[in-house]
Design a protein around this ligand. Structure first.
Ligand code: BGC
Ligand code: CA
Length: 304
C-alpha cells in the first residue's frame, strides 16, 4: 500500500503559513489560506490554476456558508467573504480584551455550527504568550459561545461521524485530545489525551478524520502527517512530506481519496529554505487507499 503513495506539490503558491485546506465539491476546487500572507487561495483542479483574495489581516481559516460566500477568521473577527467582489466584512469579534490575539484554525460541526479558536501574539513561529487564547462556537444566528479558555495555540479540530466525539489540538500541549460532544447543545466535556506526540513529531497542528473515523494530524516541525486510531490513539501510519512545517490537511479530489497537506515557510532559516525548496507549498498525497468526508457548510447566512 505505502509504495503506491505519491506526494506532489500544487503549482505556484509558496505560503508564509499555508493552512485550513477545504475541498469544494461543486467546483472541484481546494480552498486554503496563507495566514501571514493575509490571503485566501483557491486552486482549481480542472485548470490547475490558483486564484487569490486579499483579507487585509492574518486569516486563520475560511469555510463555506450555506447561503453562499465564506466565513473567515480575519484577525479577531469572524468575517464574511464575498469571493465575487472581494469584500471582507466583520460579523462578530472575539477576545476584545486581548487586542493582540488572532483567530487560528476553524471548522464546521456536523450540524452546521462553526468552531474556531484563538492564540496570543506569536513573537516567532511557535513562540506565543501561553494560555491567552480560547475556543469559540458560532451558531446559525451568529450567536457566539466561549467553550474553552486558557488555550495557547488553538488548532486542529474535527468530529466523529456520529457527532459524539470532538477531537482537538492545542499545539503547545503537544497532544491530540478528545472530548465528548453533544450535537444538540454544541457542548464539549470530559477532555482526555488521545495521543501524545514524540519529540521528533514536532507540534500537532491541523487535523481531519477519514471515512473510517481515523484521525490524520499534521505535525508542525515534524514534516509528516500521522494517522491515529480514534479510540485507542494507536499510531497507524506516518506519511512523510518533503518540508518540515506541515500545518494542516483535508481529504478531497474525486471521491475524496486525495489528502491535501498545507505547509509553512515562515520561521525557516536561509539554509533550511534552500534545503526545502517546497516549503510553503500545498501537497496532494494520492494512493493512500483511504477516503475522506465532504466538509459541512456553516448554517448561517453571511451575504446580503
Ligand atoms: C499557527 C502558527 C503556529 C503553528 C504552530 C499554526 O496553526 O497558525 O502561527 O506557529 O500553528 O503550532
Ligand atoms: Ca493550524
Amino acid at each position: 500500500m505505502m509504495s503506491s503513495v505519491r506526494v506532489e506539490p500544487l503549482p505556484d503558491v509558496r505560503a508564509l503559513i499555508g493552512e485550513g485546506p477545504l475541498w469544494e465539491e461543486s467546483e472541484q476546487t481546494l480552498l486554503f489560506v496563507d495566514i501571514m500572507g493575509k490571503k485566501i487561495h483557491r486552486w482549481s483542479s480542472a485548470s490547475n490554476q490558483i486564484a487569490s483574495l486579499d483579507t487585509g489581516a492574518p486569516v486563520g481559516f475560511a469555510v463555506a456558508a450555506r447561503g453562499g460566500g465564506y466565513v473567515a477568521g480575519v484577525g479577531r473577527s469572524f468575517s464574511s467573504v464575498d469571493w465575487s467582489t472581494g469584500a471582507v466584512t466583520s460579523l462578530v469579534t472575539v477576545d476584545d480584551d486581548k487586542p493582540q490575539n488572532r483567530l487560528n484554525d476553524g471548522k464546521v460541526d456536523p450540524t452546521g455550527r462553526l468552531f474556531a479558536g484563538t492564540m496570543g501574539l506569536e513573537q516567532s513561529p511557535g513562540q506565543v504568550q501561553m494560555k491567552r487564547g480560547a475556543l469559540f462556537s458560532l451558531d446559525s444566528k451568529l450567536k457566539l459561545q466561549k467553550l474553552l479558555d486558557q488555550v495557547s495555540i488553538s488548532n486542529g479540530l474535527d468530529w466523529s461521524s456520529d457527532g459524539r466525539s470532538f477531537f482537538y489540538v492545542d499545539s503547545l500541549e503537544k497532544s491530540v485530545d478528545v472530548f465528548d460532544y453533544d450535537v444538540n447543545t454544541g457542548n464539549i466535556e470530559n477532555r482526555r489525551v488521545l495521543y501524545r506526540l514524540q519529540p521528533a513529531e514536532g507540534l500537532p497542528d491541523g487535523l481531519t478524520l477519514d471515512s473510517d473515523g481515523n484521525i490524520w494530524v499534521s505535525c508542525y516541525d515534524g514534516g509528516r502527517v500521522l494517522q491515529l486510531h480514534p479510540e485507542t490513539g494507536a499510531l497507524l501510519q506516518t506519511v512523510s512530506l518533503p518540508v518540515s512545517k506541515t500545518t494542516s490537511c483535508c481529504f478531497g479530489g474525486r471521491d475524496y481519496s486525495d489528502l491535501f497537506v498545507t505547509s509553512a515557510s515562515l520561521g525557516l532559516s536561509q539554509s533550511e529554505l534552500s534545503a526545502q525548496p517546497l516549503a510553503g507549498a500545498t501537497f496532494r498525497v494520492s494512493g493512500l487507499g483511504v477516503k475522506g468526508r465532504p466538509p459541512v457548510e456553516f448554517s448561517g447566512t453571511v451575504l446580503k
